[in-house]
Design a binder for this molecule. Sequence first.
Ligand SMILES: NC(=O)c1ccc[n+]([C@@H]2O[C@H](COP(=O)([O-])OP(=O)(O)OC[C@H]3O[C@@H](n4cnc5c(N)ncnc54)[C@H](OP(=O)(O)O)[C@@H]3O)[C@@H](O)[C@H]2O)c1
Length: 375
Amino acid sequence: MSTVTGPITGFAVTDAEKAAMDTALAAALRGPRGANPLVGAVVLGSDGKQLVAGYHRGAGTAHAEADAIAEARAAGIDLKGTTMVVTLEPCNHSGRTGPCSQAIIDAGVSRVVYAVDDPHHHAAGGAVTLRAAGVAVESGLGAEEATELNREWFDAVRRRRPFVTLHIAQTLDSRIAASDGTSQWISSQESLADNHGLRGLIDAILVGTETVLVDNPRLTARNGAGEESGKQPLRAVMGLRGIPEEAAIRGSDGNFVHLPTRDPAEALAMLYARDIRHVMVEGGSRVLSAFLAAGLVDELIVYLAPTLLGSGTPALRELGISTLADAQHWTWDEAGGGAVRRLGRDLRLHLKPLAATAEDHKDGKDAAEATEGEH
Ligand SMILES: NC(=O)c1ccc[n+]([C@@H]2O[C@H](COP(=O)([O-])OP(=O)(O)OC[C@H]3O[C@@H](n4cnc5c(N)ncnc54)[C@H](OP(=O)(O)O)[C@@H]3O)[C@@H](O)[C@H]2O)c1
């Protein structure tokens, strides 16, 4: 029995389509958060049987619809007369991948049921293209769940700012460096490799001036052999002091920017103007804290090492919270590989901001308490 909401437009959807939306939402969660939303797609046969499911693996890779079509082709499935159930309106634009609306038309899919409209003006219109080509299109099934699935992403798009991932590599007692300033490496090799994998998915990586002056990091995406590999993020430093000419972060590829500000919102605006849609803030603690205090973090990834330092640089500093009632609340995020994972000796924790959801009310929780975490 499906648990998805809708449809809100009053059309008729089958039980099979409702169940397929459940599957599509679960498939979507397998992808990583970032510049693009989490999206899942399921193809149904004319008998209502779920044939294949696809999902989006992050910016620059196939969209969920194209992934499902590719899966079907690989399995020798003829898509003529099938129904596609997808968590977001199929796109209509040729970005880094082709338009999904055309791929769906070309594949012979005869009906599309999607949850929510694409908020991008340049991408919206997939439904119009599909209808014009004779494909039956319905929307609104699972709209509440699909909106919640990408709540922070929709918010970032609406506010025209990059999606923000905060990265912290810390000890068990929340230190990111020892008292002499050494911090390389607190994390296990597995955590470092995971972090380098993330660097390959993002558009930009950002640190504070102090981290550049103390650590002199390169901030490139590197493979296990330590070589630069794949797409490299823009390297950004935020702060008022100048960055030494010889600083490693400058590199030799010109893929570097100094953001002369201490205001996280201003830094994000500068990055957005350079077409950055996903930034990972890597530290140090002053910059991490500034983003958290400003309520500008969409996703938190913490590598927790079973190590104690007792003193040294704390992971976080002042967040402007003096009473428990004002605490920031976060919730576990299962997207992109799960909320809690072992990486060598470390734990990798994945969280997103807590907001009041229908689930909170169902659980009988005090809604006011739940909304305290909204920021
Ligand atoms: N374990 C890890 O994952 C990790 C990662 C990164 C860093 N670290 C460690 O963190 C330590 C550095 O942390 P940190 O907190 O001292 O420095 P930080 O956050 O890296 O940099 C602080 C500097 O950034 C500038 N800045 C920009 N925006 C700011 C804001 N809103 N508030 C305050 N300052 C702002 C200021 O410099 P201006 O005067 O130029 O404005 C400030 O002095 C280093 O020891 C490093 O090894 C650890």
